[in-house]
Design a protein around this ligand. Sequence first.
Ligand code: CA
Length: 217
Amino acid sequence: MWKHRIHKNIGLSNPLYHYLLSISLRKSQLLNQLRQETAKRRDGMMQIAPDQGQLMALLIQLMGAKKGIEIGTFTGYSTLWMGQIVACDVNEKTTTIARRYWQEAGVTDKIDMRIAPASETLQQLISSGQNGSFDFAFIDADKPNYPTYYEQCLQLLRSGGLIIIDNVLWGGKVAQPMVQDHNTRAIRAFNEFLYQDKRVDISTLGIADGITLVRKR
Ligand code: CA
């Protein structure tokens, strides 16, 4: 294990984070509006950070990606950053908000929304012969099912494709041995699994709640 002397993150105080956003985040009005509407909800903290959205959009642009999958759409904020996508979620209510904003953004025809357990949707894509045809996937749903989603996405992705895994640092709980709840253990186990997985190249970033970038070899 790495010990003490490791060069660590600068650590973002609130003022520094706001500064970062002020010199980096290029907001569209609609993204902003959706972000604010979602933030008012009790579960509003589930939406991804704006700087994370912009990073994901940039990565997708860099790849020239045409076809993606999102697992866990919620109110569609992350989706709006990503473009051409199969969006998976089980919640009719939150995805109704999502659809309203996609409509306003004029991207409805780019987003193939599937209301069903994501593993079923992914299995349908696999069964319909779409293996190896996707450029990227964003996994941000129920944590204990991450391994299932990951294996399915890996099949659906082309070689060189990108999977972005959300919440890999889980509010810091992953590094607190006393915390042993179901979700924390699931994320720890998945992180350890990914670390060993020779089918992919990885990089974990301390942005937002932690994301791991996974490139299929
Ligand atoms: Ca998340």
